[in-house]
Design a protein around this ligand. Structure first.
Ligand SMILES: NC(=O)c1ccc[n+]([C@@H]2O[C@H](COP(=O)([O-])OP(=O)(O)OC[C@H]3O[C@@H](n4cnc5c(N)ncnc54)[C@H](O)[C@@H]3O)[C@@H](O)[C@H]2O)c1
Length: 289
């Protein structure tokens, strides 16, 4: 079993990932800002909690002790990233550099697993083919640009790095629709459910990632639909006609992806789009009961 650090560990992916890694018997170091709610980890006796700021190398150093695997999730995400460019580049880029600097002082180099994003490809709406991992990056948001720069820092390091370019992640929960949905109605999109992402991450700990390329993480061919189809199905469950929902009027960054390499390595695409909508129906009827 491994000694694993999760930066941004009190965030939404971090908590779910920690739950699954702990279930598998790994020993965890959870690192996040002191302002975060750490109550989720109450009673996790064997888990070490570190309250700090990734921008302060001294603060992350303690959390790195004895660690052999790092999940680097700490980041500023949209919409905050687009409203505060300075903070986004500080946390997402300088924070990654600060982590690498702190890793440089360790005797045994840890393996680093980075949560990047398919946003790095920018607007791919004119592409006729599925997007492959080596598709050129062309960021068109502060968030995407900060992820590209963080990837460059990791690529230049001597550490073994797995770079996960993750698509949009959905959960079957009774929520208001986003305004607007982060894609056009005609756009090709391929989302994935949070449990499948977490399966990919957990399986990566035990897998040898020999790929020179980033690993594209998305739902798989069954999730390759149009924005309109996805939102129509979502609206049928929520009882909201698709005509009453807003789409972006310019393409967002989503597309269809070639996930054959990540699926072959990590075997994580377990949830079909039909079972997602069934789970959503159950979540909605429970919320309304
Ligand atoms: N949510 C998605 O759909 C999605 C898709 C692709 C990639 N990602 C990436 O996955 C990762 C996790 O995303 P999430 O949805 O859990 O986001 P989240 O906002 O819930 O978690 C990010 C965490 O980073 C922490 N953080 C921010 N600044 C920090 C600092 N200075 N020092 C230490 N910690 C700091 C936050 O407190 C937060 O807990 C991010 O890197 C994100 O870019 C997310």
């Amino acid at each position: 079993m491994a000694e694993i650090l999760i930066t941004g560990g009190a965030g939404s992916f971090g908590r779910t990932l920690a739950t699954e890694l702990r279930h598998q018997g790994h020993h965890l170091h959870i690192f996040d800002l002191p302002s975060c709610d750490f109550n989720y980890f109450n009673g996790w006796e064997e888990t070490n909690i570190f309250k700090g700021d990734i921008l302060k190398p001294g603060s992350i150093k303690d959390a790195l002790k004895d660690v052999s695997v790092i999940f680097h999730l700490a980041a500023i995400l949209p919409p905050v990233s687009e409203a505060d460019q300075d903070r986004t580049f500080k946390v997402n880029v300088e924070g990654t550099q600060s982590l690498m600097t702190a890793c440089g002082s360790l005797n045994n180099a840890p393996r680093l697993i980075f949560a990047s994003s398919v946003s790095v490809y920018g607007d791919t709406s004119n592409e006729k083919e599925v997007i492959r991992p080596d598709h050129p990056v062309n960021p068109n948001s502060w968030y995407a640009e900060s992820k590209v720069k963080a990837e460059e820092i990791l690529t230049a390091s001597d550490l073994p790095v797995s770079n996960l370019r993750i698509s949009g992640v959905v959960i079957p929960a009774f929520l208001d629709p986003p305004e607007p949905w982060p894609f056009m109605s005609s756009q090709q999109i391929e989302l994935l459910v949070l449990p499948d992402l977490i399966t990919a991450m957990v399986n990566l700990v035990g897998a040898e990632d020999m790929s020179e390329q980033p690993l594209l993480i998305a739902g798989g061919p069954g999730w390759q639909v149009s924005g309109e189809l996805y939102v129509t199905r979502w609206g049928e469950v929520m009882d909201i006609p698709v005509e009453d929902m807003d789409f972006m009027d310019q393409p967002g960054w989503l597309h269809w992806y070639d996930t054959s390499a990540s699926q072959a390595l990590l075997n994580y695409q377990n949830t079909s789009i039909d079972s997602f909508f069934k789970e959503l129906e159950i979540a909605v009827s429970e919320a309304l009961a």
